[in-house]
Design a protein around this ligand. Sequence first.
Ligand code: UD1
Ligand code: CA
Length: 449
Amino acid sequence: MVVVAILAAGRGTRMKSHLPKVLHSLGGRSLVERVLDSVEPLSPSRRMVIVGYQAQEVKSAMHSPRLEFVEQTVQMGTGHAIQQLLPHLEGYTGDLLVLNGDVPLLRTQTLQQLWQTHQENHNAATILTSHIPEPKGYGRVFCNSENVVQQIVEDKDCTAAQRQNRRINAGVYCFRWQDLAEVLPHLQANNTQQEYYLTDAVTQVGKVMAVDVEDYQEILGINDRLQLATAYDILQRRVKEKWMRAGVTLIDPNSITIDDTVELQPDVIIEPQTHLRGNTTIQTGSRIGPGSLIENSQLGENVTVQYSVVTDSIVQTGTRIGPYAHLRGHAQVGANCRVGNFVELKNTQLGDRTNVAHLSYLGDTTTGNQVNIGAGTITANYDGVKKHPTKIGDRTKTGSNSVLVAPITLGDDVYVAAGSTVTEDVPDDSLVIARSRQVVKPGWQQKTQ
Ligand code: UD1
Ligand code: CA
């Protein structure tokens, strides 16, 4: 059995931010949420988050009922933070997995390996370490030849010789809780920072082993904005490699960003300067970009999107979007449609084989199949107070520059004459002309002279 504790009480001074460090976003998820995600497959029996600096803000940003928040009202170090768990874990006999809230790139398999080594060797504690090229700022770990930890010294407390050691403490620990609970009350703050270090407890609990992570990038801690950007790069590289190996083509990968929440099928092609975010899925054969943003949207097979923004929307098979279209507010576009140049769809459903090819705004609109919305057609859906719906039947065609004043219903097979402002419902099979008739006055110029 394992209880997880995440250290998230620190301010993160080096971020120079009003936002607590652990709430900073890395590719659409906060640092601390990422830490929680990495540990979830271990099925922890409890998930305890130690909060302090702007505790309320951290709590409300992480509103999962499965989390327990423990307050550390003054931040006196990582050891002091874990001391706060004592009253909550009285009598607990299992393991405690401690993670820093600012180490967001950990792989689950690494945590599994840590826990497994801990159990197999009956250790009092097992810690994650890595050899890193630039160890500045990290605690250095000293082991004997059996990988048994002898000493952990914080960077600030190191001698010049100790600082040469590039094996660092990742801030990820597995403890036999009962052994740790005995040591915790006796920690001292005899160090440069005058803090109670959790690392001091580590070397006091009994047999402690280190598990080395091969890929040191996994355990990079985020202390400032530069490290945040580095972590983003690493995450992006991971995500893109995964999709390329799974059969997705990325043209100019460096100019593309993909959140790790996105799902892509083989033979999707992503063109340059395209950004895929949130809960987005794209099916096989689709070609997205160049220059597009797709967010929280579902795109079917063989969809193309060029220079367009699609948010919170669904697009079915074979539909072509763009260039320069904007779909938002739960737009749903049927199969084999065309939504083209300078068209905005908001909370609008289009049937199959329906075209809105140029310069239109459709808001709160439902159309049937094989509808043709002429260039410049606008739904006037807002009366200044409320939004109103527009319904358009199958095979209906609106002429260029039509205005449909909602609420309004056009039946099936309706023709709207160009330049009409339609204010009343139109029955099936009708032509509607709603503009003043053209008047031609021959010889006009002569009469006025
Ligand atoms: C810590 C480790 C260091 C390790 C590094 C890895 C200690 C003493 N040092 O150093 O050996 O190499 O992490 O990234 O543990 N926190 C609290 N309460 C506090 C202080 C900190 O909850 O009173 C939280 C912070 O919010 C953060 C985590 O603990 O999430 C680590 O604190 P931080 O100050 O960043 O420690 P480091 O100096 O990086
Ligand atoms: Ca840190």
